[in-house]
Design a protein around this ligand. Structure first.
Ligand code: ZN
Length: 432
């Protein structure tokens, strides 16, 4: 018999973690994956993008979160061990997928993907299957192992139970980021009794179910998700920074398309401006290099690029008012015109952001992206969808709240040295 390439570590490795106390690594495979350069790169990508401008503690990285998802998965699998429906041979594929599920995230993913039309899930797939250190490690397990890990992450894996551990309405991913984001932002939402939930999770044929006795702990989890969305993830100030960031990328690309001569040439971005960024190009990007360009672009000739970078770095953000362009079409057109007259390019300085652009899915059974709804395992052995059993969850299910805001540079509109009359008109119209 051939000895498997990876076994158990001689001595367990532990990472100190502020959320889960310790993260335990016993498998050589997991240890090797953590040591790859593609995984280490996640240290240089923040978990919550621009949220740190609102909650200054939110500087934690995707590295941090990825280890947490791995650890929760490891604990779930300890509960599953020896139970019917759980195949112990799936253990390593589940742990690897948990660790690597976000490995394709880049610098400020949300804005970057919007402007350069890329997708972190595609990059994840390429990192797992392409010419990378991660792929080499996975391929040492078996020739089909990397593909199996990619399939779990893409939710096409044959064993749906494995997928649902990492990606469902109550999964290791969400349980980690809710607690982690609550911890680092310092808010009092986002806490729930994970130990209890882990204890009542049961492996079913094609999904994880929750014993009915654990329903209240799950209600708490759903509520914390609901509150985190509105209090943290959709925070209007964070969105203001996100708006400016998106416009920086957009402006840099537009200048490049026009043949503008950058004082500080954005070598790292050229292939993305051309829509031809390769995996190697992508892996060279992180938030340090992105911030470096923002620093340098504060000295560019182009007034818009320069101004946006100064704003982003010094937190001179756009102000906002409630505004729904679908209902206020006339005002919207008038504003565009007035902004032009005040020498403010409305493409960059008058921006509507709707929070439904962001992932909104605290709990919507059925209607949601392929994520399985939560099922309770009733004492009679039957499964029942959570919102049919829980009044609390039913009350907040399927209620989509969209929030439209209009962002603009109030400081400029209040500077009356130029375009005094026009600026006054704009302020009156916006009621600021
Ligand atoms: Zn994640």
């Amino acid at each position: 018999m051939v000895k498997p390439y990876y076994g158990q570590l001689e001595e367990e490795k532990v990472f100190k973690d502020p959320v889960h106390r310790y993260i335990h690594v016993r498998d050589e495979l997991i240890w090797e994956l953590i040591g790859t350069k593609e995984f280490q790169r996640l240290r240089r990508v923040r978990q919550l993008g621009t949220t740190y401008v609102t909650f200054h503690g939110a500087e934690h990285s995707r590295f941090n979160h990825s280890l947490g998802v791995y650890e929760i998965t490891r604990r779930i699998l300890d509960v599953f061990k020896g139970r019917p429906n759980w195949d112990e041979d799936e253990r390593l594929v589940a742990l690897s997928a948990a660790l690597l599920h976000d490995v394709g995230h880049g610098p400020f993913s949300h804005s970057f993907e919007k402007v350069f039309d890329t997708d972190h899930e595609e990059w994840t797939r390429e990192i797992v299957l392409g010419d990378t250190e991660i792929n080499q490690v996975l391929s040492n397990v078996s020739p089909t192992f990397a593909q199996a890990v990619a399939d779990v992450i893409e939710k096409t894996y044959a064993n749906k139970l494995v997928t649902s551990i990492i990606s469902s309405q109550i999964d290791a991913d969400r349980m980690d980021y809710l607690q982690r984001d609550a911890y680092y932002t310092g808010v009092s939402y986002g806490h729930f009794d994970m130990e209890r939930i882990l204890r009542v999770m049961r492996p079913m044929e094609d999904q994880v179910a929750i014993k009915q006795s654990g329903m209240h702990a799950v209600e708490d989890y759903i509520m914390s998700r609901y509150q985190m969305y509105w209090q943290v993830y959709f925070h209007p100030v964070t969105r203001s920074a996100e708006v400016i960031l998106t416009k920086i990328f957009k402006r840099a690309k537009e200048l490049y398309d026009q043949g503008y001569a950058f004082k500080h040439k954005p070598n790292h971005f050229y292939s993305f401006f051309d829509g031809k960024g390769s995996l190697d190009d992508y892996l060279r990007l992180d938030e340090s290099i992105t911030m470096y360009y923002f620093q340098m672009w504060q000295e560019e000739e182009d007034r818009i690029l320069r101004d946006l970078c100064v704003r982003f770095l010094n937190r001179k953000l756009f102000k906002y008012v409630e505004f729904n362009p679908n209902l206020q079409m006339n005002d919207w057109l008038v504003l565009q015109d007035l902004f032009q007259k005040a020498d403010l390019n409305p493409d960059y300085y008058l921006v509507v952001d709707s929070s439904s652009d962001l992932p909104y899915d605290f709990y919507r059974p059925g209607e949601e992206e392929e994520r399985l709804p939560i099922h309770l395992l009733m004492p009679n052995g039957k499964l029942r969808e959570l919102s049919r059993e829980s009044e609390v969850v039913e009350a907040i299910s399927g209620k989509k709240r969209t929030d439209h805001k209009l962002y603009f540079p109030l400081d400029y509109l209040e500077d009356e040295r130029e375009y005094k009359e026009v600026k006054k008109k704009i302020r009156d119209l916006l009621n600021v």
